[in-house]
Design a protein around this ligand. Structure first.
Ligand code: PLP
Length: 440
C-alpha cells in the first residue's frame, strides 16, 4: 500500500530516473516546467493516478493539484472515460479517415459554445492557436498580431513573446530560435489596458490581422479581464477589420459548461470571431480544437486556401476520451469544483494570513491561483512582482506533506470533481506548516 509523502519518505527512484532522463532528454523532461528548476528538489515520476491521487515510483501518494495542468477535471481514471477509451481502443487506434467520434465531439463543442458554428479538431492547444492565427491572417490578408504580456498561447513562434508561466518561471524574456520575421509581426501590449490597444490600432490598424487573448488569463496566475475589456477588444477589432481570437484552451469547459464565454458572454457588440480549446476537451488525451463562424472556417482547406492538417487529428481514442469527459461535466461536477476550490483557497488564505505571508488569491469561475504578493494583480508586471522564493518554500513543504502543486508561482491550482473530503482534508492539514515555511 502506498504511503503519504513525508519529509523522511524516499524519492530515490525518482532521483535515479531524472538522472537517467537527463542523459536521453534535454533537462530530463518533455515540458520545461516539469523540471522543478524554479522550486528545487526532485521532480516526482508518477507511476499511476486515481481520482485526486498521484502515486510516484517510490510509492509516495500525493493529492494532485496539477490535474495534468487542467485536463483531468473529472479526476484520474474516471470510470466512464476509462470505459469509453477502452471501447474505442478496442476498435482501432487511428484510421486516417473520417470517423463518427469526431462528429460527435465537434457537435458537443459547437452545441456548448453559442457563437461556434464549426470547429476543426487538432492534437494540442499549440496547434489550435497556431492554426487560428494562420486562419486569421489568411482571411484578412494581413500579417500583424496583437497579444498581451503574460498570456501564453502555446509555443507558437509568433506568440512566444512575454508569454507567461513557463518563460516567467525561467525568467526568459523570449525564446531563441524565433526569427525576427516571425516575432517582428507581433505587437505585445500590457494586459487589461484598453488605451494601449487603441494606440496600437491607431498606428497599425490596417495591418493587424487579429488580437489573440486568453479568455481569462491563467498563465501568469489567474488574472481575469476587467469588466468591459472583452467588449472593448471586440469594438476596436471590428472597427479596424481585424479578428478577435479568444483562447479558451485553459478556461474552456472548466470555468463553466461553455467555458469563460459561458460566464461572461454574450457580449454587447458581438462574440469573438474565433475560439481555441484544448485540455478538458481531450480528457487527458491529445485533442484540441479551434472554431468560429462557418463563413470564416470556410477559408480552411479543403474548402478554402488556408492549409491546415494532421495525421492524428480527431484521433478515435482521444475523441472518445474528450467526449466522455465533456458528457461527464454535469452541473454537479461544476458545483463540486466550486466547493473544493473554495475550501482550499479559503484555508490557504487563513493559514498564509496567520503566518504573515503577503498573498492575493484571484479567481476565474472556480479556477484560482495564489500570488505571493499583496494587492490585486492586473498585469504581467504585477504578477512578476511576487516573492517566488516564498512560493518555492511553500511548494516544497506542501510536497513533503503529500500535496503536489504546480511547480511554478505562475499557475492556477487545478482541482477536479473527484477531490473528495479526504483529499481536501489532506490539503488543509498540510497548509499551516507550508505557510510557516513560506514565512521563514
Ligand atoms: N493556450 C493556453 C491558454 C494554454 O494554457 C495552453 C497550455 O497551457 C496552450 C494554449 C497550449 O496548449 P498545449 O500545451 O496543449 O499545446
Amino acid at each position: 500500500r502506498s504511503t503519504s509523502a513525508g519529509s523522511s519518505s524516499s524519492t530515490a527512484r525518482s532521483a535515479a530516473l531524472i538522472e537517467r532522463a537527463r542523459s536521453v532528454t534535454p533537462g530530463g523532461v518533455n515540458s520545461p516546467v516539469r523540471a522543478f528548476r524554479a522550486v528545487g528538489g526532485t521532480p516526482r515520476f508518477i507511476a499511476s493516478a486515481e481520482g485526486p491521487w498521484l502515486t510516484d515510483v517510490d510509492g509516495n501518494r500525493y493529492v494532485d493539484l496539477i490535474c495534468s495542468w487542467g485536463p483531468m477535471i473529472l479526476g484520474h481514471r474516471h470510470p466512464s472515460v476509462l470505459s469509453a477509451v477502452t471501447e474505442a481502443a478496442g476498435k482501432g487506434f487511428s484510421f486516417g479517415t473520417p470517423s463518427e467520434n469526431e462528429v460527435a465531439l465537434a457537435s458537443e463543442i459547437v452545441d456548448r459554445v453559442e457563437p461556434l458554428e464549426q470547429v476543426r479538431l487538432v492534437s494540442s492547444g499549440t496547434e489550435a492557436t497556431m492554426s487560428a492565427l494562420r486562419l486569421a491572417r489568411g482571411a484578412t490578408g494581413r500579417s500583424k498580431v496583437v497579444k498581451f504580456a503574460g498570456c501564453y498561447h502555446g509555443h507558437v513562434d509568433a506568440l512566444l513573446a512575454s508569454a507567461g508561466s513557463g518563460l516567467a518561471t525561467f525568467a526568459l524574456p523570449d525564446s531563441a530560435g524565433v526569427p525576427d520575421s516571425s516575432a517582428g509581426e507581433t505587437i505585445v501590449l500590457p494586459y487589461n489596458d484598453v488605451a494601449a490597444v487603441e494606440a496600437a490600432f491607431a498606428e497599425h490598424g490596417d495591418e493587424i490581422a487579429c488580437v489573440i487573448t486568453e479568455a481569462s488569463p491563467g498563465n501568469m496566475g489567474v488574472v481575469p479581464p476587467e469588466p468591459g475589456l472583452t467588449e472593448a477588444l471586440r469594438r476596436i477589432t471590428r472597427a479596424h477589420g481585424a479578428l478577435l481570437i479568444s483562447d479558451e484552451v485553459m478556461t474552456g469547459f472548466r470555468c463553466s459548461a461553455s467555458g469563460w464565454y459561458g460566464l461572461e458572454g454574450p457580449y454587447d457588440g458581438g462574440a469573438p470571431d474565433l475560439f481555441t480549446f484544448g485540455k478538458v476537451m481531450g480528457g487527458g488525451f491529445p485533442a484540441a480544437a479551434f472554431g468560429g463562424r462557418a463563413d470564416l472556417m470556410g477559408h480552411l482547406a479543403p474548402d478554402g486556401p488556408v492549409y491546415q492538417a494532421g495525421t492524428l487529428s480527431g484521433n478515435p481514442v482521444a475523441t472518445a476520451a474528450g467526449l466522455a469527459t465533456l458528457k461527464g461535466c454535469t452541473p454537479e461536477v461544476y458545483a463540486r469544483l466550486d466547493t473544493v476550490a473554495h475550501s482550499i483557497a479559503d484555508a490557504a488564505h487563513t493559514e498564509l494570513s496567520a503566518a504573515g505571508v503577503p498573498h492575493t488569491i484571484q479567481w476565474a469561475g472556480s479556477m484560482f491561483s495564489v500570488f505571493f504578493r499583496e494587492g490585486a494583480v492586473r498585469t504581467y508586471d504585477d504578477a512578476k512582482s511576487q516573492d517566488t522564493a516564498a512560493f518555492s518554500r511553500f511548494f516544497n513543504a506542501m510536497l513533503d506533506q503529500g500535496v503536489h502543486l504546480p511547480p511554478s508561482a505562475y499557475e492556477a491550482w487545478f482541482v477536479s470533481a473527484s477531490h473528495n473530503d479526504d483529499a481536501v482534508e489532506a490539503v488543509l492539514q498540510a497548509l499551516p506548516a507550508a505557510a510557516r515555511a513560506a514565512s521563514e
